[in-house]
Write a protein of this length. Sequence first.
Length: 263
Amino acid sequence: MKILIANDDGIVANGIKVLSETLAEEHEVYVIAPDRERSAAGHSLTLHTPLRVEELEPKNGIKRCWVTTGTPGDCVKIGINAILEENERPDIVISGINHGPNLGADILYSGTVSCAMEGAMLGFPSIAVSLASLRCELDDFKFAARFILSLLPKLKEFQFPKKTILNVNVPALDPEDIIGVAVTELGRKMFTDKYEKRVDPRGKVYYWLAGELINEPEDAQTDIAAVRNNKVSITPVTYEMTRKGFMAELNSILCNDDACNWY
C-alpha cells in the first residue's frame, strides 16, 4: 500500500518519525511535513507567499521525504497535486501522530485533522491519528503507530464514504491498560472558553487561554468519553456541513409562495 504521511507538528516531530518508520516496515511510505510547529493552524492554505518544498534524504525504509514552508493542508494538497509522481500517488493519507488529543469540537482548530480532511477533499481515504497526551518522547508513540499498522488491513473491508475521514485518538497508556476500541461520535468540547487577564512586568495587559476541563458522562458514546475510559476512539467525521434537513423549512419561510424577491 502507498501511504502519504503529513502532520502539523513539523518534520522533526517524534510522532511523524515513529509513524512513518513503523508503517514503512510493511508499506510504501512518503512523507511531506511542515518545517516548523503548525498546531491549531486549522485548514489554512498558503496563498500570498511562495510555498517552498525541499526533498530530504529518506531514512529507515521511507521511500521519499519532503519538508515545506507551508501549512498542514498545504502539505497534502501540494504533495498530491504537484510533488508525487503518478506512480507514487497514495492509496491512503494519514496525518499524525499528533502530540495531544484531537477530540470533540476541538477538531475544528486541528491542523492534524485538516491534513486528513484535505486528503478526503481530494478523493483519498484519510485518517487523522493523535496521542491523547502531551508527552512526546519517541517511546510514547510506539503503541499508537503499531495500532495504525494493525488497523490498515481491517480497513480493506471498509468503503470510506466520500467527504469523510477517520479521526483516531489513542490513550497515553501502556498497551495492557488499553481495554479496546470504540467507534464514537464527536463530543462537545474538551475545555471551557476561559481567558485569564494578566499584566506583564512592563504593565501591559495580556490574556492567556486557560479553559477548564469539561466532564462528560462515562457512558456517553463520544470520543472524549472513550479515551477517558481507556479505549482507542475512532470517529468517522465529514466536512459536509450542509444541514439538508432544514433546507425545506428555511425555504418555506424565506420564499413563501415562491416570493423570493422580498428584499
